[in-house]
Design a protein. Structure first.
Length: 234
C-alpha cells in the first residue's frame, strides 16, 4: 500500500490503493521511473524507493515542464507553470515536429476515425510528456472503464500532427505535439455547452486533472473545441 500511496502522491495514480500490485500499479511504477530518469525496472528498487520518499514537488524541470515556486513553502507542493503563450511556442518548443517521444495511456483507446485500430501509445513533445502522463494517471484513478467509454475518453482524436490552424496561416498546437484531442465526433469544433459531450458536469474531474498541470481546455476557456487540451496558454 505504501508503494501505491507514494506513486499516487507523485501524480501516478494506481486506481484503488489496496496493496495488490496489478497492471495499473506496474504501469504507474514504470511511468514514474521514466519521468524521474531512473532505470525502468518495474520493481521498487533502492533508487525508486528513494525517489518516492522525496517530496512530490521535486520533479525534474527538464522532464516535467514545471519549475518549483521558490516563493512558497515546499510543504505546499505547488509547481509554477512555464508553458508558453501560443505566440511563443516556437521559441519554447523548437521547430514543429521535433523533440517527440511516446507515452503509454493507462486505458484502452481507439482511433476516433477508425475504431478498429487500437491505440497503446501517443506521441507528444518531450517537454510535456511527463506532465501528460501525470494527468492521465489522475484521470485513470477517477473514472471506471465504463465512465471512460461514456465520456469518450477512449476515442483518440490525435496529438502530433504538423499542419496549419483551420482557416489560418499559423501552425496548429498539434504541430509541436503539445495538444491532444478526444472524441471529436461528439465534441465538434463549433459545438458549445451543453451540446459538446465533454462540456457536461461529469467531465469536470477530467478537465481539472489537466488544469492541475496547467494545460488549457479551449472549451473551458472559450466554449468551443471541447475535444482539445493543450500545453500552451492563450
Amino acid at each position: 500500500m505504501w508503494l501505491q500511496s507514494r506513486l499516487t502522491a507523485h501524480g501516478f495514480a494506481c486506481g484503488e490503493i489496496d496493496g495488490r500490485i496489478g497492471p495499473k500499479t506496474l504501469h504507474a511504477l514504470r511511468s514514474f521511473q521514466k519521468a524521474m530518469g531512473l532505470a525502468v525496472t518495474s520493481e521498487a528498487d533502492e533508487a525508486t524507493v528513494l525517489a518516492l520518499r522525496q517530496s512530490s514537488s521535486r520533479v525534474p524541470v527538464e522532464v516535467s515542464g514545471f519549475i518549483p515556486d521558490r516563493d512558497k513553502p515546499s510543504s505546499e507542493d505547488r509547481r509554477k507553470s512555464v508553458w508558453p503563450r501560443q505566440k511563443d511556442v516556437m521559441q519554447f518548443y523548437g521547430a514543429v515536429g521535433t523533440s517527440q517521444t511516446r507515452i503509454e495511456v493507462p486505458w484502452d483507446m481507439r482511433l476516433a476515425w477508425d475504431k478498429d485500430v487500437t491505440v497503446r501509445t501517443i506521441t507528444l513533445h518531450t517537454k510535456v510528456a511527463a506532465s501528460a502522463e501525470r494527468a492521465f494517471h489522475v484521470i485513470r484513478g477517477q473514472y471506471s472503464d465504463r465512465e471512460i467509454r461514456d465520456l469518450g475518453l477512449n476515442l483518440f482524436g490525435g496529438s502530433l500532427n504538423v499542419r496549419r490552424m483551420r482557416g489560418g496561416s499559423n501552425y496548429s498546437m498539434h504541430s509541436w505535439g503539445i495538444a491532444i484531442d478526444f472524441d471529436p465526433e461528439r465534441n465538434r469544433l463549433s459545438w458549445k455547452r451543453p451540446q459538446a459531450r465533454l462540456s457536461l458536469d461529469d467531465a469536470i474531474p477530467f478537465w481539472r486533472a489537466w488544469e492541475a498541470e496547467e494545460w488549457v481546455s479551449l472549451g473551458r476557456a472559450r466554449n468551443f473545441d471541447w475535444m482539445h487540451v493543450q500545453a500552451a496558454r492563450l
